[in-house]
Design a protein around this ligand. Sequence first.
Ligand code: ZN
Length: 184
Amino acid sequence: MALCGAKKKNGEKCRAFAGQGTNHPGVGYCKFHLGNTEQMNKHAVKLKAEQEVAKARTKFGEKIPVEPTEALLSVLHLSAGQLAWLHGEPDAMEDKGSFDGQVLMRLWGEERDRLARVSESALRAGVQERAIRLAEAYGQQLADVLRAVFHDDELGLTAAQRAQLPAVLRRHLFAAEGQRELVA
Ligand SMILES: [Zn+2]
């Protein structure tokens, strides 16, 4: 189990588990050593992706890092899908004064940052740019299909139900990602 390792005031290294008490257990500093800052959270995503890539490389050999590539592309699909879908909810987003509008704007911003980070990790892991663009295009399609379903007259969702969709969608997409064990 990796340790926090941050230098304490007495010069010793922190013996708490890496990421202890944060949303990135296993990597990065613990909660007592700025582990919960936004910067650390962002850094932890990279660390985790790199860890996965390194792990898979040891497992499958240096030549063809298929697993991390697939994992990264899968996250790209989902992230791009989520982003495109959020972007396609202009009514809700425009209502910036409302709580829902603010939540959507924040989700959109976070997802945009995450997509950029995952793309970066994918590029570093040797995924071709073309594959990344394809993943984003699939994500867009995923979003289009979801939107078509959610707005289908036959389904007849109320405005209140539709307002819950971003949170519900996010939960399910994160669950799907969790199965990939890439981004906690
Ligand atoms: Zn610590």
